[in-house]
Design a protein around this ligand. Structure first.
Ligand SMILES: *[C@@H]1O[C@H](CO)[C@@H](O)[C@H](O)[C@H]1NC(C)=O
Ligand SMILES: *[C@@H]1O[C@H](CO)[C@@H](O)[C@H](O)[C@H]1NC(C)=O
Length: 245
């Protein structure tokens, strides 16, 4: 009898899993998705970093884009840098850039508020804030503390599965560690909503979209597939960042 119930339960589980992608509804980045790096007070690089995509800075002026040796376009609306495949935009550039950036920064803040405000987490204070060595399945994760990644950690799920990680403190990843994606999991669907500062240690590899309430630092030689969207500043040290398509 109990075997029959177990079989029925397994069938129901199989049906529900084949009908819906696992994890919370997608966080809409709106126009913030046009940027690989977005910040309010500054973006700095220790050359040479390699950024695929655009950099946006607002309300700070272009003087707070440091280390990029930006070359202003003749239109005055953006600049270019040998460290960036796309364009650099700052609030001090010629119209319409300032108003576009104002909207983009608001969109970033809205996305942070959405991601950090989701309720009913599937996992609360997993590992008491240490997620190194774990395999994270799709879902809403909430920590009322900071989170550390002291050894490599894995996100396992397919290309439509989603993760939101709500972190009330800082996010700190040790040096020379890796965030691993398996099963087709994509960095665009991994949202790190972090209230405190984010620090990714030297030569580590990171995956996902960081929505930082404060600052984000990618130390020397870090590589990252995702976006660094910060409500204060982004500091790059010979870092590589590739935006998800
Ligand atoms: C991903 O897995 C879910 C079940 O967890 C399934 O419903 C969905 O069709 C899968 N998507 C892809 C692209 O494989
Ligand atoms: C930014 O992305 C939106 C779509 O979300 C698009 O409509 C808009 O044209 C983009 N803006 C710029 C400046 O590329």
């Amino acid at each position: 009898m109990s075997l029959i119930f177990a079989v029925i339960a397994l069938c129901l589980l199989a049906i529900s899993h084949s009908t819906y992608a696992a994890g919370p509804p997608v966080v809409n980045l709106r126009t913030a998705a046009n940027f690989t790096i977005l910040a309010a007070s500054g973006v700095s690089t220790v050359p040479a970093s390699a950024i695929t995509g655009n950099i946006g800075l607002s309300p700070a002026a272009s003087t707070f884009l440091t280390g990029f040796s930006p070359v202003l376009d003749s239109t005055g609306t953006f600049s270019k840098s040998t460290q960036v495949t796309g364009k650099l935009f700052a609030a001090s550039y010629t119209s319409p850039t300032p108003s576009i950036l104002t909207t983009t920064v608001l969109d970033m803040q809205t996305a942070y508020t959405d991601a950090s405000g989701r309720t009913l987490p599937n996992f609360l204070n997993l590992g008491t804030g240490e997620i190194g060595g774990r395999i994270l399945t799709p879902g809403l994760y909430k920590w009322t503390s900071g989170v550390t990644v002291s050894s490599s950690t894995t996100f396992s799920g397919n290309s439509s599965d989603t993760w939101i990680l709500q972190i009330a403190g800082t996010l700190t990843m040790a040096s020379a560690k890796t965030v691993i994606l398996t099963g087709g999991a994509t960095p665009a669907n991994i949202i790190w909503a972090v209230a405190g500062g984010v620090t990714i240690g030297t030569t580590s590899h990171f995956e996902g979209v960081i929505l930082g309430k404060t600052g984000i630092t990618l130390q020397t030689g870090v590589s990252m597939n995702g976006r660094a969207l910060a409500q204060t500043l982004v500091a790059l040290q010979k870092a590589t960042v590739v935006a998800p398509s």
